[in-house]
Design a protein around this ligand. Structure first.
Ligand SMILES: Nc1ncnc2c1ncn2[C@@H]1O[C@H](COP(=O)(O)OP(=O)(O)OP(=O)(O)O)[C@@H](O)[C@H]1O
Ligand SMILES: [Mg+2]
Length: 266
């Protein structure tokens, strides 16, 4: 039976807030829950691709034509750009370092906000995937607008640190502006990441988030866990690298909460 595909962007203009790590591990967790998931690497850093594929393979994607940059540049249907990851139920569209020039490419196009959305149309119609998760770069421009216009929901990972909260108002304002073109885009929730219990900054983070109206904060908090970096060094989701890792349980709990919030907002 064809599925109704839900598309979720992971975005925040603050660099290093945990977008890619959350996207990769929530994606993998959803796949273990029996969901069919397509991950899209929207960043020139290619960290989402590196989360699942070894460096040599990622460099091959970047050097060749089988990557998102090429597809967007040619305004192509993205079906032919999907590659399998080593995991069942989990596919990927890799990125390229050339994505650094994507704003320039978009600039010359007509109806430039919806190039990604158009490229995903057939994949969504086809109903193969339950979820499409898109990892956004730490910018706020035409490309992130494209990512948001292609999405039903956005998840905002926020690092539990003073600088993690700086600029958040900008991000919310940007989302409001994108809603003028994509009115159905919903903020699924803010997820607090990289929480260090010793620094006790989690409470202040929640207080600051409470000052924003209509912002759902996920109950699940992702704490600092060094196993995450080891897992990334091995191009594996943390639950594959070390099933007993604390963060493995947290990402699974977050994935279940994501499903719950998606169901609720229907
Ligand atoms: N819970 C965590 N515990 C420890 N380290 C983490 C955790 N989450 C992410 N990291 C590390 O923090 C760094 C930033 O994370 P990540 O790359 O996911 O952020 P990002 O928002 O995607 O960054 P960018 O804005 O550059 O795309 C990475 O080195 C990652 O390994
Ligand atoms: Mg990233």
């Amino acid at each position: 039976m064809a599925k109704q595909t839900k598309t979720i962007a992971f975005a925040n203009n603050k660099g290093g807030s945990g977008k890619t790590t959350t996207c990769a591990n929530v994606g993998y967790s959803l796949s273990t829950l029996g969901k069919k998931v397509l991950l899209i690497d929207g960043d020139m850093q290619m960290n989402l691709s590196l989360s699942f594929c070894p460096e040599e393979q990622v460099l091959e994607f970047a050097a060749g034509e089988n990557n998102l940059y090429h597809a967007i540049r040619q305004e192509e249907d993205l079906t032919g750009y999907v590659v399998h990851t080593p995991y069942e139920n989990l596919d990927l569209i890799p990125s390229s370092t050339l994505m650094s020039g994507i704003e320039y490419e978009l600039f010359a196009k007509r109806q430039r906000e919806t190039i990604l959305s158009n490229g995903l149309e057939k994949i969504k119609e086809n109903g193969k995937y339950d979820y499409i998760l898109i990892d956004a770069p730490p910018t706020l421009g035409g490309w992130v607008t494209n990512i948001l216009c292609a999405s039903d929901f956005v998840i905002l990972p926020v690092e539990a640190s003073p600088w993690g909260l700086f600029g958040l108002a900008n991000m919310f304002e940007f989302l409001e502006n994108v809603r003028k073109i994509a009115p159905s885009l919903k903020l699924l929730g803010v997820v607090i990441t990289k929480m260090d219990a010793r620094k006790n900054y989690g409470k202040q983070t929640l207080e600051v988030l409470g000052e924003f109206e209509d912002v759902t904060v996920f109950d699940t908090v992702i704490r600092v866990d060094s196993e995450i970096e080891w897992a990334q060094d091995n191009s594996r989701p943390v639950m594959v690298y070390k099933k007993s890792a604390r963060s493995a349980g947290e990402y699974l709990a977050l994935a279940k909460e994501v499903e719950k919030n998606v169901r609720r907002s229907r």
